[in-house]
Each structure stands twice: as C-alpha cells, then as structure tokens.
Design a protein around this ligand. Structure first.
Ligand code: BGC
Length: 754
C-alpha cells in the first residue's frame, strides 16, 4: 500500500486508505506504543502484529541520547514497520520536547514555561519553538507533546512549572506562540491537557478536580480556546477527573466542547495509559473493556501506550462487532489519525528525511539567552544591594551545586525526572555554569569561592534532600568574604514525584540561610538566587536575605544570565506570572480570583496579613520608570459585540541611571454586574527597552474578551458577556477608566452559551 502514496503524495486519499483497512488494522492505527528500546528483536512484534499508528519516547527519554543515531534507528524502525506491519502505513513518532529538544546530548534547553511567561515575549518564544522543531526534525521526529495550556493554581502540584501562568490569557498567548513556532517549522504540536488537569483538589497530581461551570468557562477553557485558534494538529486529554467524571470518558468535554464548540479538527490523543486509569485510578469502570468503550465513544482517537496493545486492538474489534462502538466512530478516529500523519508529512516522506536537507543554522544559544535573561525576576533588593558591580572583591558562592546542570534544567530533560532520571548518564545538555560565569563577569582581581550543598534523592523519591558538607567551613568563609550568593531552590522533578506538601524551602536550605545570615558581617550583602519553577520559599527565609533574584528553571543559559544580572551587566525585567502566597495554608491564592475571597484572594486593600508575599506581576528593576499621560481610546464602548478592541496609550520614562527593559501592564479592577468580578485582570502588556532618561509612547491593545464574565445564576451556563459598567484600569501607579454601555459578548461571532 505504501508504494501508492509514498511515490506520489498527490494521489493520497485518507478515505481511500480507510476503505482498504480491516477493522483490526484500523484499531492498530489507534495505538501509540512506547519505544524504550530500538532493538527490533524486542519490539519487532509490535509492528508485525499491531501495526501501530504511532510511537513515542516517553518522559523526554529516548533509548539513547545521540540525535544522529536516534535518526538512524528511527529510519530502520520505520522501514521495518512499512515492510512488516499488516497495512504498511508509515508511523509518526512523538516526544516531550517541552523546553527545547532536551532529549539529546548537547541540547540547547530553553526556560521551562513558568519562566517563559515572566518574560512576556511571545515573539521570542515563537523563535525558541521554531528552533526546537528544527532540532526535532533533524532526528526524525515530527510530533511534540507541547505546549501545556493548563492554567496555574496550586504550587504544591508537581507539574506547576510546566504551565505558563495563573492568568488564562497570558497562558493562551504563550501556548499559541509555541504552537505557531513548532508548526511553522514543520512539527505537529500537541496542546495539553484538555482540560482541568491543573486544578487537582488537593494539589496532588491526577487528584480529582472540582470546578464550577463558571470557573471552567472563565479560567480553565480560555487558554485552550485561545491556543486552538492556531489550529494545533493534536490535543491531549487530561488524565484526571473533573466534577465526577474522568475526562477521558467525557463526551461533553472531548466532543461537545473541544470539537463542536471550539472547532478542533485534529487528532485527539489520550494521555499515558489513561484508558487503564479509568479502572485503576478513577475506579470508574470495572473492566478495561468498559474503559475502551467509554474512551473511544467519548472521542479519543489514539491511545497512548495502552498497557497491553494487543488486548486494546482485540477489544476494539470485539466492541464494534458487538455494537458497543459504531464502525463510523472508528472510521472518524482513524481519519483523524491519518490526516494527522499526513500533516506530519509521512505520506510524502515516510522516513521524514526531507527536512534534514533543509536545516538552517540556528542561533539557539542567543534565543535561549534572551529568553532566560528576560525572565529573571528581581523579587527583593533592599538598599540597592544588587547589582554587586564588577569590583566586588571576594564572592562566596554556596547553596545548590551550580556545576550540576540538573537544577537549572528541571524535569523533562534527558529523562523524565531530570537529567538521567536519577541515574548517572554520559549525556548532558548544553550548560553554562554560574561559578565560572561569575568569574568571567567580574574584574580579574575578584575571586569566587564555592562550597555547595550535596543533593541526594532518597529512597522515598524525595528530591528535596540536601546536606551541608562542611558547616564550619561555611561559617568561616562567609565571615571573611565581601559578598555571599546563596543558590536556593529544588531538585529536578516531574509529575506526581514533584508534588510537595509545603512551599517552604527544604530544611537544609533554610538552615543554611540562617547560618549565613548569622556569619556574614553587616556590610556583607547576602544575595539569594532562586532556581525553581514555582513559588518555593517563605518570608522566614527571604527576610534574612538582602536581595533575591528568581531565575525559574532557566536552562542552558541560566549560569550566564544570572551572573550577568548579579554583577549588573544586565538589568532584570521579568514579572511574576503567578502569585507567591505567604504559605501553603493560604492556598488557593491566585490574583484573578473573585473579589470576595479571603486572604490573598481578597479585594480589600490594606488589611494586614491579607496580601501575598509577592503579587502576580511583581518584578523590580535596577532603574526607575515613570508612567504618565494615560488614555484609553475609545474610553466609552457602546456595544462590545461591535467594537471589541480598545487601546491604552501612555508615556513611559526611564528616570533612573541605567538602561532597563520594562514590561508595561494594564489591569482592570472589577465593575459591578450580574456576578462578582475578578479582583484584578491583566488586559494587555508590552515589553520596551529604555536608556536612562529616555521616554517612549506605548500603545497597549486590549481585547475586550478579557473583561468577559459568565453572567446568570450559579449554574454558569449562559453566554459570556462584557458587562455594562465602569471599569477602572490600572497601569502602574496611574489609572484611567473604561465605560461599557451595554452588556454583550466581545466580538460578534461568539454568542452561544453551553
Ligand atoms: C504526561 C504527558 C506526556 C506523556 C508522554 C504523561 O505522563 O502526562 O504530559 O506528554 O506522559 O511522556
């Protein structure tokens, strides 16, 4: 069969192929098998007997880490599949290259998503994603399980850093940029995890989510709706349950909302073993057979690693023959699979060799550097402790071991749980090391002494175990140096292994900061550098520090950008994409909650104890900016369904003494209407760069969709509208107002409810 379409793509017809396939062969196309080895002696039978539609390297971990050799092995596997599988249909291969192609030795690793959105620069993210895609194509992979559009809510959750923000629109825009970057370079993206995965009730991975319809439609769906406008080739379903149903069993979620309402036309893939999870995790069905039935009927087209692929295929055949699944549903699923494969390009070029000939040189390190640099967020800087300057003298660098790249890379890097997944491996991503970068950034007479914590993964898979190797040495050195830099954070982790009960830093790190604060002289700056993709650390630790720089999980260029920011070669400009609560007892804490929430959620200002440690959008600079002349055009909108955009303009001046980038943000305060409005909402932003004394007029476009709410009573099923009222807009310390005269959906074409 391959002969016909491989030679001449123009004669290719998906329906033509479907007509020729047996039911068993169709069921095979719905299977995605995991490749833990390239040894055909071991895995050849899968192709002979199942004829799977796709393969994957789970957990960002191919069987080997050499990109060229991976490409060679994949060619052999593809050849074997075409020759030996029942229908000879080419396979596609998927991988989790979620922050660069961090699956191969020498990879350029970009910051993980929570850092990326601190930079507020979707164009740059687009470039990073394009670069990731080219690297994937070089090794013969045309499908990336990225991006995640899961809105952030709970920092205890082990996957927090994989999401962009707690703001739905920021998340949606970033996810969109990634999709467009991947797909423009010829790699199919996979928007995940649709939907409600990131709000597990107790902060534990894959725990149940209970989400009101209003919250679902106001916060959880919007990033997906936004990202779906870029037409990602595939979507992955959420493995958790929402409101009492596993999402893999929810026809409303997967078909009514995803396809009919949001217009998705691509491939819907399950997450890892999630058909089996309906029985084993959710206790929703009593047999695997029932799981297959409800999952396929709900809309799943392809099943990622069904624990027993042969059984899955036989069950699909049996369920169709016994009338439990219609053959037309199977045909629809296979049509989505084959169309998807066609967009990966495997019908024209089953070996995906064509792109290899078209690889242009990539300025990967430059993009990785810019993205990491823009994301750096200065949380605290008492008495202008930072920058240290290049003449600081002797620096003592302690805390996490900066020569170990695992910390700045995080999970999903040459292994699921981070580099080597707990094993020693020979491969490593491209890496810049903070100690040597500091030495380079300082004047030659300056010195850097290091004494790092040792990090161990203990028997309970606790990635937060550390020891201070030489406590007395630390006291002595700290008391004799001119500046102390302590690197704090957490070890690499992924999924449930990274779930934490506390947001405080690990005890050893807290003790270390205490010791350092006691040992250092009053005039010796004690600077914290945080390497974490989520809020970790509390005031008890941070109060002891003079300055605190958050680097998130910055990847390859982490060491270099941190060093440059510390000495003042560059000026931090990132803004927090999430709220930093005082402690986990204050959860949930998200800035755009309804304005009646207690504690961090409260709209009531100035009550002691009610504010988070750091607000969403917080981020200091080494220079000062002044805003003036704010106007909103138009400042009155008669009907948001006719006019759905306004523009906020203002003048920004750098009133300090050095160059700085500034992310200008526009927020809305609540108006009064049919429902309680969120206490603050980010309406728009722009990143500019200003020399000392320079002024710039900035225009921030605002789509009124960002002001929509779900009106009506508690059910939350009515069409969304921008409610009539007067909205105060906040731009730094300035404000202006926007009046909406009639309640209507923003934009004409979207008026349906549920
Ligand atoms: C994760 C997905 C990932 C898949 C493949 C699952 O456990 O939930 O995000 O794409 O594994 O590695």
């Amino acid at each position: 069969m391959n002969e016909e379409y491989a030679q001449d793509g123009s004669h290719f017809s998906v329906d033509g192929i479907i007509e020729e396939l047996s039911l068993r062969e169709k069921a095979g196309q719905m299977v995605q098998v995991a490749l833990n080895t390239f040894d055909l002696e071991e895995i050849g039978w899968l192709f002979e007997e199942i004829g799977p539609g796709a393969c994957l390297f789970p957990g960002a971990e191919p069987p080997i880490f050499d990109g060229d050799r991976i490409a060679g092995h994949l060619t052999r596997i593809r050849e074997y599949n075409i020759e030996h599988s029942p229908a000879g249909i080419p396979i596609v291969v998927g991988v989790d290259a979620v922050h660069g192609n961090a699956t191969v030795d020498g990879a350029t690793v970009f910051p993980h998503n929570s850092g990326v959105s601190a930079a507020r620069d979707p164009e740059l993210l687009y470039e990073a994603s394009e670069s990731t895609a080219r690297s994937l194509l070089e090794m013969g992979v045309g499908w990336n399980f990225s991006p995640s559009a899961d809105v952030l809510r709970d920092p205890r959750w082990g996957r927090y850093y994989e999401g962009f923000s707690e703001d739905p629109f920021l998340t949606g825009e970033m996810a969109k940029a990634k999709i467009e970057g991947y797909e423009s370079a010829g790699v199919c993206s996979c928007l995940k995890h649709f939907a409600g995965y990131s709000v597990p009730e107790n902060g534990r991975d894959r725990a149940m989510a209970n989400v009101s319809m209003r919250d679902l439609r106001s916060h959880i769906f919007p990033p997906f709706e936004c990202a779906l406008q870029s037409e990602p080739a595939s979507v992955m379903a959420n493995s958790g349950s929402v409101n009492g149903l596993p999402v893999h069993a929810s026809k409303w979620m997967l078909t009514t909302m995803l396809r009919e309402k949001f217009g998705f036309e691509g491939l819907l893939v399950s997450d890892w073993q999630d058909i089996a999870r309906m029985q084993e995790l959710h206790n929703y069905v009593s047999t695997y057979r029932d799981g297959v039935e409800v999952g396929v009927n709900a809309g799943i087209d392809m099943v990622m690693n069904p624990a027993d692929p042969e059984r899955f295929v036989s069950l699909v055949v049996d369920l169709v023959e016994s009338g439990r699944i219609s053959e037309s549903r199977i045909d629809d699923a296979v049509r989505n699979v084959l169309r998807f494969k066609s967009s990966v390009g495997v019908f024209e070029d089953p070996y995906l060799e064509r792109p290899h000939r078209d690889v242009r040189p990539r300025p990967d390190r430059a993009i990785a550097r810019e993205l990491a640099e823009q994301s750096l967020t200065l949380l605290k800087n008492e008495a202008e402790t930072l920058p240290l300057g290049r003449d600081v003298g002797e620096i003592f660098l302690t805390g996490l071991e900066t020569s170990d790249p695992s910390f700045v890379m995080g999970g999903w890097t040459l292994g699921w749980q981070g580099i080597g997944d707990g094993r020693e491996i020979a491969a490593s991503p491209d890496h810049t090391e903070l100690g040597s970068c500091l030495e380079r950034a300082l004047h030659s007479e300056a010195t850097v002494t290091t004494n790092a914590l040792t990090f161990t993964q203990d028997a309970d898979d606790n990635y937060d175990s550390y020891a201070i190797p030489d406590p007395d040495g630390i006291d002595r050195i700290a008391s004799e140096t001119d500046a102390v830099i302590v690197v704090l954070g957490e070890g690499p982790h992924a999924e449930d292994v990274g779930d934490r009960e506390s947001i405080a830093l690990p005890a050893t790190q807290r003790r270390l900061v205490q010791k350092l604060a006691e040992a250092t002289a009053d005039d010796c700056p004690l600077v914290g550098v945080l390497v974490t993709g989520r809020p970790r650390g509390t005031a008890r630790t941070f109060d002891r520090l003079d300055a605190l720089l958050l680097a998130y999980l910055p990847g390859t260029m982490g060491g270099e950008v941190i060093a440059d920011a510390l000495v003042g070669e560059t000026n931090p400009s990132g803004r927090l994409p999430f709220t930093w609560p005082k402690n986990e007892g204050r959860l949930p804490a998200y800035y755009n909650a309804r304005s009646d929430g207690p504690f961090e959620l409260s709209g009531l200002p100035d009550k002691p104890g009610r504010h988070p440690l750091y607000e969403f959008g917080h981020g200091l600079s080494y220079t000062d900016f002044e805003y003036r002349d704010v106007t909103v055009t138009p400042d009155t909108v008669e009907d948001p369904s006719v006019r759905d955009m306004v523009t906020v303009t203002l003048t920004v001046e750098n009133t300090g003494e050095r160059y700085g980038d500034r992310v200008v943000e526009v927020y809305a305060k609540p108006a009064h209407g049919d429902v309680i409005h969120p206490r603050r909402r980010l309406l728009g932003y722009d990143r500019i760069g200003l020399e000392a004394g320079e002024c710039e007029k900035v225009a921030v476009p605002v789509h009124l969709r960002r002001l929509e709410v779900v009106p009506g009573d508690i059910l939350g099923t009515e069409p969304k509208v921008v409610e009539a009222g007067e909205y105060a807009l906040e731009i730094g310390d300035q404000s202006s107002s926007l009046t909406i005269l009639s309640s209507a959906p923003a934009g004409a074409e979207r008026s349906e409810g549920i």
